[in-house]
Design a protein around this ligand. Structure first.
Ligand SMILES: Cc1cc2nc3c(=O)[nH]c(=O)nc-3n(C[C@H](O)[C@H](O)[C@H](O)COP(=O)(O)OP(=O)(O)OC[C@H]3O[C@@H](n4cnc5c(N)ncnc54)[C@H](O)[C@@H]3O)c2cc1C
Length: 484
């Protein structure tokens, strides 16, 4: 028989305290509903503690060093000294702590919802006739039972390592532990050429580590346009990062010098050995549902471990909802936050809201950034949509010319014959900002003609979008530098 104390009744009980959880708690509090939040680790979840904020803070620092070492402009001498990892780490942690306090801890206090430090799981005693409840093993000891009209599971995702022989014995870094290393490794093998792997690879390379990236599929950023992956591979080559695509990691072992030796198998069956001081596994993140006892309350999981939800984010139990990474949705904090708000509306006010992901932007924060929205060329074909596309190399974008860095491109996929913009991909410094114009274009159903005809400020990356749209009707060489 379960011993629990402190029975409470809430409108919404939330497991987790990340982007999804906070957005739900804020929305519910604004509706004057009683909210309780349970968190077993640091308040704020992945984004602020181990994800977006620390990674972008370190990437910004590494970018500053890279620019200082890159004597790209005639007449400007630049140089960069050695990296002080302890100071770099302390600076990153200070920013994380500051944002965690400002954007999460203080905000929860200002709204006044209750935060319980502990590990939550569902219980359901059919005899009490009251539906699901939470049992929380509190971090400071004791357990607590929480009852609510609705529950939100916002438990996020965690790094997933593939079952490679030797991996567990040898040990490996994840993005979380890599960004906490007190010393920079001399060499690093990054397994996985998608967002997290690419960002971590460039981060360490720019701090002075010798980096190699291994990707199973036949290009970097394999979910994006092939031209984009090729552009990033070119940048990595320029920066001395070795890239092994179409290569499967089959075995890892310790080498005689305390490092790691990794065996790769190429498509043709050829094998190759790579050695590095440390191994970083960035092969994806898996929904966190361990110990939640979801079976007991009728919540079902999908093949990828994700909580199955309907379009309104309700699980198979009408009183239990799920939001953010744990649902298997695209892993972005703005998706998690939109989910959280939606759950508050649907669970507490029966709003019946759903989300439209067709204009969801995706950004990989390498430098240059890879930013995209909508369908890729291949996805449009898979959907059976007749389309046409153009790729504008950045060498035709004046901003890139004056910046003396023309590595990158703008690609537009348009429906035929309407000309409606279906998708845009940009590889360029600042692409993450400039893609917003393309988000509007896709959302509003603009055509390439309208994009080509819309004002764009000269000497901005945004102008690249207009110029790319113009290539549908003009030869690239005919583009005027003012994109008239
Ligand atoms: C290195 C990295 C960089 C990233 N960069 C970006 C970026 O630049 N932009 C972007 O949009 N996204 C980025 N992301 C993705 C983004 O961080 C996630 O999509 C987002 O944070 C997910 O939010 P969430 O609310 O679903 O879950 P989380 O923020 O992961 O929160 C889940 C919380 O639930 C808690 N929890 C789990 N189980 C229990 C339990 N049983 N009881 C109590 N608490 C529990 C966990 O401790 C955790 O705090 C990045 C991710 C990583 C790893």
């Amino acid at each position: 028989m379960e011993q629990a104390s402190g029975e409470h009744r809430y409108d919404l009980a939330i497991i987790g305290s990340g982007g999804a959880a906070f957005a739900a708690a804020i929305a519910a509090s604004r509706k004057d509903r009683r909210v309780v939040m349970v968190e077993r680790d640091r308040i704020g979840g992945t984004c602020v503690n181990t994800g977006c904020v620390p990674s972008k803070a370190l990437l910004a620092a590494a970018q500053a060093r890279h620019v200082a070492r890159d004597a790209r402009f005639p007449g400007i001498a630049t140089n960069a000294g050695p990296v002080d990892p302890a100071a770099l780490l302390a600076g990153k942690q200070a920013l994380v702590d500051q944002l965690q306090a400002d954007k999460y801890i203080d905000l929860a206090a200002a709204y006044g919802w209750e935060v319980v430090a502990g590990q939550a799981r569902f219980t359901h005693d059919p005899a009490d006739g009251d539906g699901p409840a939470l049992r929380v093993d509190q971090l400071d000891g004791g357990t607590r039972r929480i009852q609510a009209a609705h529950y939100l599971v916002a438990t996020g995702s965690a790094p997933l390592a593939p079952p490679i022989p030797g991996l567990e014995e040898v040990g490996y870094l994840t993005s979380t532990t890599a960004m906490e290393l007190p010393e920079l490794p001399g060499s690093l093998l990054v397994v996985g050429g998608n967002a997290v792997g690419l960002e971590q690879a460039q981060l360490f390379a720019r701090l002075g580590t010798s980096v190699a990236v291994v990707e199973l599929l036949d290009r970097l950023a394999p979910l994006e346009e092939p031209e984009a992956g090729a552009a990033i591979a070119g940048v990595f080559a320029d920066e001395g990062i070795s890239v092994h695509i179409g290569a499967q990691l089959t075995r890892v072992a310790r080498d005689g010098e305390g490092g790691v030796v990794a065996v790769l198998r190429r498509r043709a069956g050829r094998t190759q050995e790579l050695r590095a001081e440390r191994l970083l596994v960035a092969t994806g993140r898996w929904p966190v549902t361990d110990g939640l006892n979801l079976d007991a309350v009728g919540v079902k999981l999908g093949e990828r471990g994700q909580i199955l939800v309907d379009e309104q984010l309700c699980t198979h139990n009408p009183r239990i909802w799920a939001a953010g990474d744990v649902t298997g949705a695209p892993q972005f904090v703005y998706v998690a936050a939109a989910h959280g708000t939606l759950v508050a509306d649907n669970a507490l006010d029966q709003a019946g809201r759903t989300l439209d992901y067709r204009h969801l932007p995706r950004v990989i924060f390498t430098s240059p950034q890879l930013a995209a929205v909508g369908l890729t060329d291949a996805q449009a074909a898979q959907h059976g949509i007749a389309c046409t596309c153009r790729v504008l190399p950045l060498a035709h974008v004046p901003r890139a010319l004056v910046d003396r860095d023309t590595r990158g491109l703008v690609k537009i996929v348009a429906e035929r014959p309407s000309g409606r913009v279906l998708g845009v991909t940009m590889v360029a410094d600042g692409a993450g900002d400039a893609i917003l114009a393309a988000v509007y274009a896709v959302r509003l159903g603009m055509t390439i003609g309208e994009l080509a005809d819309t004002w764009a400020p000269y000497l901005t990356l945004g102008e690249g979008l207009k110029l790319a749209a113009q290539t549908f009707t003009r030869d690239i060489t005919e583009l005027s530098c003012c994109a008239a």
